[in-house]
Design a protein around this ligand. Structure first.
Ligand code: GTP
Length: 361
């Protein structure tokens, strides 16, 4: 099976995480998000994957290269300007000459793609759309089907009075290549607003594959946070840690014997954890980060090369690459972009989102 992953979005809602880092590259358990997605596709025997990119392409190409390190062949389809979800797939057409999977690159799912493919074939569908249940369908695209699973109606971001189902578009589609004929070339065109309504009008068979497999999009810092916590707590299907209590420590990381670590905690390589430091999971510490004596970190995600001084308190926060937190500083319910410095003794206002390169305090 071939696949195309849409990784060309701006990721505006995930700022400041995505100001210097493409959404696809934000780390989840210390690996780029996209690596988890590619791993899952590879498990389902996708051997050739095209990345549809427009924004911040270089870091993605530098990391993934030709894909051989990840057991797949990778192609890149670059857009000069973003073409929208369906337009981006059209732009990848030269690599998609047989049935293929198209997926939003900001979704983490344990979906059984093989079972979805079986259903697609049995129904003779032109498109099969994965559906997932959510608590609040009003912020998503809702999909109504008949008793055979054929899609009858699409409703984007419905009001509560319009809600007839909690099954939403999970951003994962199987497509027959002849569907491409309906997508204009080099034109901004979306699956949700343009292609699907057009295909319904033309009576093209679209089927739905409902699934209650783990599913979460990392569209906002809150959801990115939740994904990390879910994976650390053993709630991400077959991904992440299994027991929910584990402590995983990478190579050449030094943890002082007086540090107290309560899992789930993942510490990457080359980290230093000082005397009497307390880590209470879910916590992730990225490559080369240093935490000095008596600091307390609770339920937080720390990216790479972060320097945390003595007696620092961090709770419910995301601290991205190369931040520096001075001695005695307090950071709670905050999101810090790259290269942020928090002055010694300063208490950051809860709920702060700090832009890269800023010094606070
Ligand atoms: P926001 O700016 O926060 O809405 O995020 P986003 O830009 O990622 O948009 P959205 O969440 O709607 O996109 C869903 C998926 O489609 C993401 O994986 C995006 O990377 C991808 N995507 C959205 N628009 C484009 C586009 O024009 N081109 C490509 N290649 N991918 C896109």
């Amino acid at each position: 099976m071939k696949a195309v992953i849409l990784v060309g979005g701006q990721g505006t809602r995930l700022r400041p995480l995505t100001i210097n880092t493409p959404k696809a590259m934000v780390p989840v358990l210390n690996r780029p998000f996209l690596e988890h997605v590619i791993d899952n596709l590879s498990r389902h025997k996708a051997r050739e994957i095209t990345l549809a990119i427009s924004h911040l392409a270089q870091p993605i190409k530098d990391y993934f290269g030709d894909g051989s390190r990840f057991g797949v062949k990778l192609n890149y389809a670059l857009e000069k300007a973003p073409l929208g979800t369906a337009g981006a797939v059209k732009n990848s057409e030269r690599h998609l000459d047989e049935i293929f999977l198209a997926l939003n690159g900001d979704i983490f799912t344990d979906l059984d793609i093989t079972a979805m493919m079986d259903l697609h074939r049995r129904r003779n569908a032109k498109i099969t759309i994965a559906l997932t249940p959510v608590d609040n369908p009003t912020i998503y695209g809702l999909i109504e089907t008949n008793a055979q699973g054929r899609v009858m109606r699409f409703l984007e971001k419905p009001s509560w009075s319009q809600v007839t189902t909690n099954m939403i578009n999970a951003g994962t589609y199987l497509l027959e290549p002849d569907v491409m004929a309906y997508i204009p070339f080099q034109t901004k065109f979306s699956f949700e607003h343009e292609l699907f309504p057009l295909l319904l009008e033309r009576d093209v068979p679209i089927y739905a594959y409902p699934s209650s497999a783990y599913w979460l999009d990392i569209g906002t810092p809150e959801k990115y946070f939740r994904l990390n916590k879910d994976l650390l707590s053993g709630r991400g299907g077959q991904y992440g840690l299994s027991s929910g209590q584990e402590v995983v420590v990478g190579e050449k990381s030094h943890i002082h014997s007086t540090a107290q670590i309560t899992g789930p905690v993942v510490i990457d390589n080359n980290c230093t954890i000082g005397e009497r430091v307390r880590l209470t999971g879910p916590v992730v510490i990225g490559h080369g980060s240093v935490i000095l004596d008596d600091s307390v970190i609770t339920e937080s995600i720390i990216w790479q090369a972060v320097n945390i001084g003595n007696r620092v308190k961090i709770k419910d926060s995301i601290i991205t690459n190369d931040c520096h937190l001075g001695d005695g500083s307090i950071v709670e319910e905050a999101v810090l972009g790259d290269h942020v410095t928090v002055a010694s003794g300063y208490k950051l206002k809860a709920g702060s989102k700090i832009w890269p390169g800023t010094t606070v305090g």
